[in-house]
Design a protein around this ligand. Structure first.
Ligand code: ZN
Ligand code: ZN
Length: 315
């Protein structure tokens, strides 16, 4: 089960009723934050996400509305007696940006900074065993991939895939006479030796089952690569800076998208659900424009601060 909380649905600057870009993914009691606009720590308090179990912060790009919440949040985490390291992932330039923003802050924990250079990430393990990897065969809990986007700054999109273990075929294990205390290791894909016999994990595991996929692209123009990157996502979170298609020229100039453009991507990528977010401060009522997306991709939802999704594995 994966929890997703949209902390802020605004782009550009924070408004009294609209925080800036930030999303929390919660899985197995640990958390990943995607973007950290100004005021993110206030939104985390308001929507009760907590930050003690935060392990990884993924930054899409180095624009203030996605980043300026970082020094405040990191500082508060330090004041909350955090000693465990935290990992920050971002596009080229993230290392200098984080160093600069934290220059005057004393932090009692270490920050690992990963600059995504070639759309790949190393395996990252966190305190409680939450693991991100780029390779499904590595059997991390979460596989993450990135895509280079088309924005006015180096920007990357993220796709998170929650791996699901194959079903354990209890009857096979009993018939083979494998004692119960070895079942767990087999379920995790290990082969085990018992009374001189080697048992391959495939003997007791069923077929591979689909996991959960969540993809996030903000900020960007539509690109040719996005549909494949988001393909079959359970949830596709996409920027929709402008609701009115009349604003398409603004979207082109400012390297953003209209609702309609985001909906076309969702359709091409065959996703289950589209969540639009990152609304321009000039768009007072995004709901006025929802039909521009729904007429192309019916299962569209408009983001608002505190909106929560719980995605479960499909049987
Ligand atoms: Zn932005
Ligand atoms: Zn931006």
């Amino acid at each position: 089960m994966l929890d997703i909380i949209l902390l802020g649905s605004g782009g550009g600057l924070p408004l009294p009723n609209r925080y800036l870009s930030s999303i929390v993914l919660g899985y197995k009691g640990r958390k990943i934050l995607i973007d950290c606009g100004e005021g993110t720590q206030v939104a985390m308090r308001e929507f009760h996400t907590g930050f003690k179990s935060l392990d990884i912060i993924c930054i899409t790009h180095i624009h203030g509305d996605h980043l300026f919440g970082l020094p405040g949040l990191l500082s508060t985490m330090g004041n909350s007696e955090r000693v465990d390291p935290i990992t920050i992932i971002g596009p080229p330039g993230i290392y200098d940006a984080v160093k600069g923003l934290t220059l005057t802050i004393y932090l009692p924990y270490h920050i690992n900074i990963i600059e995504v250079q070639k759309d790949t990430l190393e395996i990252i393990s966190t305190k409680n065993g939450l693991t991100l990897s780029t390779d499904l065969s590595k059997k991390g809990d979460i596989s993450v991939s990135t895509i280079r986007l088309d924005h006015s700054a180096d920007c990357i999109g993220y796709s998170f895939y929650i791996n699901r273990k194959p079903a354990f075929l209890k009857e096979n294990a009993i018939n083979l006479g494998i004692p119960q205390n070895l079942w767990g290791r087999l379920q995790y894909g290990e082969d085990v030796q018992y009374e001189g016999k080697l048992y391959n994990h495939k003997m007791v595991l069923g077929h591979q089952r689909p996991g959960i996929k969540v993809s996030i692209t903000t900020d960007t123009r539509p690109t040719e690569d996005i549909p494949e990157f988001i393909e079959n996502s359970d949830l596709f979170i996409c920027e929709g800076t402008y609701g009115d298609h009349q604003d398409q020229n603004k979207a082109i100039v400012n390297k953003h998208m209209t609702f309609e453009e985001a909906a076309v991507l969702a359709k091409k990528g065959n996703v289950d659900q589209l969540l639009l977010t990152h609304f321009s401060p000039a768009v007072d009522h995004p709901m006025d424009y929802i039909e521009n997306a729904k007429s192309i991709f019916e299962n569209t939802e408009l983001g608002h601060d505190g909106l929560k999704f719980t995605l479960k594995f499909k049987d």
